[in-house]
Design a protein around this ligand. Structure first.
Ligand SMILES: [Zn+2]
Ligand SMILES: [Zn+2]
Length: 280
């Protein structure tokens, strides 16, 4: 299987990273993509991927962390940060720009004390997203898109900045169950990322029945989105070893064989990140 989105670069895994990876491989995960959410975690993603087989990195600034750029800190203006992403894209084993996107969710827990979602912030998010989409195109990398409660704004940005080069190379990670997103994905060959919340989110369970199998990719978003029944037992953190739970749940929901879902989503993940030649 392919865990196309796991934050093995996060502090949560600092102490036991090798053990987490080992258990995940034993559970059947063969490939991993580790996305950054700011410069620090992007660098860490590159570091995690650099020494290990079949682990790849994505680098970029997540819309939530664009908040940092809202302050007047001269060290971290938009151009400086975009330059840093640009540099990181030259690193070995970076396969994508990500995770980048738009996010209008009002987070209860955030490191930003004054966090507020207003028009100034959303337009800054758009500016940073567009620059990062351009970097993906320039470097011929894939694109991991994060969206939360900002479907219309995201589709507007994509419509204005799309090039066919991004088709088959882009994923709506942890895709919201939205018909407009799915239509756009089908028209532009964008992959749909499915996570552990499929095991308890009724709307998502209905949604995946309408997603073409050749666009489906699996992800855990570890350490987040722990699937059931582990969630009820509070067995945090989520790890890529739980990807099989997601695969099994999808197989059951779609009435398909587990082995077929595993194989198809692995092939889709390899296509998404241009890794087909690595397949043994
Ligand atoms: Zn995300
Ligand atoms: Zn993520």
């Amino acid at each position: 299987m392919f865990d196309t989105h796991c934050h093995l670069n996060f502090k949560r895994f600092k102490k036991n990273l090798d053990e987490v990876i080992k258990k995940s491989i034993l559970s059947g995960v063969e490939y991993f993509v580790v996305p950054g959410t700011d410069i620090k975690t992007s660098k860490k993603a590159v570091e995690v991927a650099s020494k290990r087989n079949n682990i790849y990195a994505a680098v970029g600034v997540h819309p939530h962390h664009v908040y940092k750029l809202k302050s007047k800190n001269k060290e971290e203006t938009v151009d400086v940060v975009i330059d840093q992403v640009n540099e990181l894209l030259r690193s070995d084993k970076v396969v994508a720009v990500g995770e980048v996107g738009l996010d209008k969710h009002i987070y209860v827990e955030t490191v930003y004390k004054t966090y507020r979602v207003d028009n100034v912030f959303i337009s800054l998010q758009k500016q940073v997203l567009i620059k990062q989409i351009k970097l993906a195109i320039e470097h011929s990398k894939s694109l991991i898109l994060h969206n939360r409660e900002a479907v219309d704004e995201l589709l507007e940005v994509l419509n204005n900045n799309w090039t066919s080069q991004l088709s088959n190379k882009t994923v709506f990670h942890c895709c919201e169950p939205d018909k407009k997103l799915l239509e756009f994905a089908k028209q532009h060959s964008i992959f749909i990322g499915v996570d552990g919340d499929i095991t308890y989110d009724k709307v998502k369970q209905d949604f995946i029945k309408s997603v073409p199998l050749n666009l489906l990719v699996l992800e855990t978003d570890s350490p987040y989105l722990l699937p059931e029944p582990l969630r009820s037992k509070r067995l945090y953190p989520n790890t890529p070893a739980n990807l099989n739970i997601v695969a099994k749940y999808i197989a059951k929901t779609l009435g398909e064989k587990l082995s077929y879902i595993q194989k198809q989503t692995l092939e889709n993940g390899l296509r998404l990140f241009n890794l087909e030649s690595y397949k043994g």
